[in-house]
Design a protein around this ligand. Sequence first.
Ligand code: NAD
Ligand code: TYD
Length: 355
Amino acid sequence: MTILVTGGAGFIGANFVLDWTSASPETVINLDKLTYAGNLQSLATLDGNPQHVFVRGDIADSALVAQLLAKHEPRAVLNFAAESHVDRSIHGPQAFIETNVVGTFSLLESVRAYWQALEGAKRELFRFLHVSTDEVYGSLTADEPAFTENHRYQPNSPYSASKAASDHLVRAYHHTYGLPVLTTNCSNNYGPLHFPEKLIPLIIVNALQGKALPIYGDGQQIRDWLYVKDHCSAIRSVLEGGRVGEVYNVGGWNEMSNIDIVTHVCALLDALRPRADRKSYAEQITYVSDRPGHDRRYAIDARKLERELGWRPAETFESGIRKTVSWYLDNNPWVEAVLSGSYRSWVEKNYQDRG
Ligand code: NAD
Ligand code: TYD
């Protein structure tokens, strides 16, 4: 059997594809546009592995998606593809509308046509799983309860608004057409293969390069943090056991302020790769002006997922962040290729003659 994953060259998608191929005999068709966030070097260990079929393309390319669906007949489509960085969405929201809203719509249309033509068990068992974020729920005050699946949608950034729109489309395709959808809304992920524009990998990479560690505003904004492999296991649980049409919140039961995250990472680096002058990396912390519209607090109530499917995160923040920092220390070639941009030129070189 086969699954189709979109955005599988990005941070979470690549972790998902790597975990899937090591745990299951099923083939993964990986459709990814290879934007700046897509990195095939993250999947280098799958080179030559017939279980992984990479296709460069856009989820909005309905002819390509229809062709892939007809050819590979996947039992499920998992949609990771997105523009995902809030700061980029503030500077240039257009791409977020194109991929997250119009792209998801186009993908839903392609999948609907495919699913409606399936028969019997194939139609019965098919699933469309949409990977989304807790940011669609907006910002919490310090004493409000964590987001449940019934929390109102109140997105505050172009990114979260575009993801909210995609969630609504997915919901509508179930409600109107009966498409067997599942949606997961997850908190902030961290772990290996994370592009160093997001807080945790940026801090690790900047610290080692002797650069400033930028903290937006007062650094007291709170996020719930989940180790990426735990997000992948949650998605596998929902795919196999989730009730059709349902939403599942995914979180790490780990709320932390940004400044606490950064000082924790600095302390780990102090222990694992001390600075030459033996001072703490925390000396590089620099407060900078705040992100416009910055959400103050996110928190996830993941009890539904635990109650219905028995899922709990395997990692604590302490174990997950140690693995993450160690991964960045041990994988300098990956980091260097990202920082130099050579991961992109490799992609261009590899694909320029392939049409
Ligand atoms: P990412 O930015 O690292 O990767 C996105 C991937 O999608 C890239 O490989 C990119 O090339 C691909 N892509 C972008 N536009 C495309 C298009 N039009 N067609 C095909 N491929 C396209 O993102 P990520 O952090 O791995 O996030 C994956 C998903 O999980 C996103 O939907 C995001 O909203 C969601 N999510 C992320 C987090 C997080 O903390 N990173 C938390 C919760 C939910
Ligand atoms: P980020 O990793 O961009 O994820 P998101 O905005 O989706 O939560 O940012 C995590 C938090 O860290 C967020 O509150 C913004 C903050 N932040 C900084 O303080 N400095 C930085 O340089 C970055 C990238 C983020």
